[in-house]
Write a protein that binds this ligand. Structure first.
Ligand code: A3P
Length: 296
């Protein structure tokens, strides 16, 4: 395995960040949002790609052919990402957004306090998706194994310690999910849960449709539910990240579309790790009304 591309980490205003991302941070922070921009914000591995596919289909009234026009990262640019390794198919998010016609849908993993202020000045709509911390940690661990730009994850046990400390790119999961939750009523934020989307995708898709002020026929909604199921997205090269070169995403190590379930953490957490996580959770989350389900 070529590990030479793996990035180092640094901090941006106290938040762990990959070095090349930190390098362009001041330009990202100065990004000028427009009032009709829609932001999809998540902690990494919370269901970003799933939500991107849903939103893209809603934006295009369920037109499947249009959703096949390009891979996810070109349809809905990733604001925070710099140009990757001089590969022409990987311009920076900022570069893509500059050329994109409005209304734009934009992805970010930035925690609330690092979101460029223009999004709030412009009163942009934000869809935030949160996933329970245990499944989120397992998913992130496997992602860091296969994404050869991320720092080496080490063993699961080493990784879980780093995750709980927030020593992973985009920082503490606890802070991320909490801050957006606390701010959800101060801005136009639709706060969704991965577990709810798994439990009843139609119900959650309808919330997104309403939030986006769209009116779609039942048939179109049904089709969006089908098109965005885990199995369909796993087989769709425009949404499964297999268009990325294996030097960046090595799906043989672990596929990007890995399991897509709630409760996989039970296959990884030892009894002791579970106890440690639960007590850390209690400490970090004592002052919030935010609650997660770790099984459905
Ligand atoms: P797992 O690693 O648990 O399988 P992100 O897009 O934020 O990086 O999140 C990726 C996670 O969401 C992965 O979780 C992936 O399998 C899951 N996922 C992607 N599309 C999904 C879908 N349509 N339904 C359920 N889970 C999905």
């Amino acid at each position: 395995m070529d590990s030479s591309m793996r990035c180092g980490m640094t901090r941006v205003e106290g938040v762990c960040m990959l070095e090349p991302f930190a390098h362009i941070w001041s330009r990202v922070c100065a990004f000028q949002a427009f009032s009709d921009d829609l932001l999809i914000a998540t902690y990494p591995k919370a269901g970003t790609t799933w939500t991107q596919e849903i939103v893209d289909l809603i934006n295009n009234d369920g037109d499947v052919a249009l959703s096949q026009r390009a891979p996810t990262h070109l349809r809905i640019p990733f604001l925070d990402i710099p140009k990757i390794a001089d590969l022409p198919q990987f311009p920076s998010g900022l570069e893509l957004l500059e050329k994109m016609a409005s209304p734009r849908t934009i992805k970010t993993h930035l925690p609330f306090q690092l979101i460029p202020p223009s999004f709030w000045d412009q009163n942009c709509k934000v869809i935030y998706v949160a996933r329970n911390g245990k499944d989120n940690a397992v998913s992130y661990f496997h992602f860091d194994r296969m994404n050869l730009l991320q720092p080496e994850p080490g063993t699961w046990s080493q990784y879980l310690t780093r995750f709980m400390e927030g020593n992973v790119p985009w920082g503490s999961w606890f802070d991320h999910v909490k801050r957006f939750w606390d701010e959800r009523e101060n801005h136009r934020i639709l706060y969704l849960f991965y577990e709810d989307m798994k439990e009843d995708p139609r119900r959650e898709i309808l919330k997104i449709v309403e939030f986006m002020d769209k009116k779609l026929d039942d048939e179109v909604i049904d089709n969006i539910v089908d098109r965005t199921s885990f199995n369909t997205m796993k087989d769709n090269k425009m949404s499964n990240y297999t268009t990325f070169p294996a030097t960046i995403f090595n799906h043989e190590i672990s596929p990007f579309m890995r399991k897509g379930t709630v409760g996989d953490w039970k296959n990884y957490f030892t009894i002791n790790q579970n106890k440690l996580f639960d007590s850390r959770y209690k400490l970090e989350m004592e002052n919030t009304s935010l609650q997660f389900r770790t099984e459905i």
